[in-house]
Design a binder for this molecule. Structure first.
Ligand code: NDP
Length: 297
């Protein structure tokens, strides 16, 4: 029987994950298809229930469902539990297990950005959605001692901080209101900046003004593109990295969870690059809209 893996999101009209996962199944001779399911929130519970069928290996879950899906699975892994967000589902018989492989993807990206330098201990995170939860958990478990989260809607950042209460008890995790002057003063004493908002995904906009960036910064944008933020940061002399490695490695980790086999990383990276060249945008948080200038390069 051909097995099925689905990406559940809204919208999911185009997907970089589809390109890399299907190629990986095909290369390893795994008889499986990767399907895109566009499901609005009201249809999410039915979609998750369907995954209990024998033909499913599991699923990816993306915007806007990563947090909403948590109570719909039967068991959470440590990362799923700790982040309160699920991006990958596997099946144990009729039971569903919720994982968060964005955390593993983020760790690979962070290591690459920091390189041979000493791992920083303080970070500024922009955004408080599902992606930001994986980022914050990755930073806490990496040993960061101070993380400041800025979000347009402050209550969501406060909810994130509250969620990590016990996990972050030994360090300082704070939510702050989105004011440029506060962001600037925090960045002045910080080495690492992570953008986990979707600003820059479909337009050539940066979440923060170029003037607040400085040459000592390491800047990671989880968006898979050379965003305006990354261009501004590079112009300021900062080290930069986009979301490609995170996307690749969250996908590789998911592939291994579904199949029990190591992911063909080179092939998956090549498929991502090809899909990007064709102008396919990421469904990992992809809003509907026109192709972005940022992604067109
Ligand atoms: P969510 O919808 O959960 O969160 C979106 C975040 O962006 C929120 O913090 C939201 O703020 C903020 N935001 C959106 N629009 C605006 C705006 N106009 N002004 C200010 N803030 C805004 O999405 P995710 O967390 O799942 O994804 C966020 C980004 O991360 C996406 O671009 C996605 O592609 C990327 N991502 C990349 C991954 C990778 O593997 N490379 C993995 C996961 C995510 P508010 O709460 O105030 O609305």
């Amino acid at each position: 029987m051909t097995k099925r893996v689905v990406l559940i999101g809204h919208p999911v009209a185009h997907s970089l994950s589809g390109a890399m996962q299907q190629a990986a199944f095909d290369q390893l001779g795994i008889d499986a298809t990767y399907e895109l399911w566009d499901r609005p929130p009201i249809e999410l519970a039915d979609a998750i229930a369907e995954l209990r069928g024998e033909d499913f290996l599991g699923a990816n879950v993306t915007i806007p469902h990563k947090e909403r899906v948590v109570p719909m699975v039967d068991r959470l892994t440590e990362e799923g539990q700790a982040t309160g967000a699920v991006n990958t589902i596997t099946r144990e018989g009729k039971r569903l297990v919720g994982h968060n492989t964005d955390v593993a993807g983020f760790r690979v990206a962070l290591d690459k950005l920091v390189g041979k330098q000493k791992m920083p201990r303080a970070a500024v995170v922009l955004g408080a959605g599902g992606g930001a939860r994986a980022v914050v958990y990755g930073l806490i478990t990496e040993g960061f001692q101070r993380i400041v989260v800025f979000n347009r809607h402050l209550h969501r950042a406060e909810g994130l901080v509250k969620h990590f209460g016990r996990t972050a008890a030994h360090m300082e995790l704070r939510a702050m209101p989105w004011h440029e002057s506060i962001i600037e003063s925090e960045l002045a004493k910080t080495k690492l900046l992570v953008n986990a908002t979707s600003i820059g995904l479909i337009s050539d906009e940066s979440p923060i003004p170029a003037e607040v960036l400085h040459a000592e910064l390491l800047v990671l944008d989880v968006i898979y593109a050379k965003t305006r933020l990354l261009k501004d940061a590079a112009a300021a002399g900062a080290e930069t990295l986009d979301g490609e490695l995170m996307l690749l490695h969250q996908g590789a980790a998911a592939f291994t969870l579904w199949t029990g086999q190591p992911a063909p990383l080179d092939l998956m990276q090549q498929k991502l690059a090809e899909a990007r060249a064709e102008g396919i945008r990421s469904a990992e948080g992809e809003p509907a809209g026109q192709p972005s200038g940022a992604l067109a390069e």
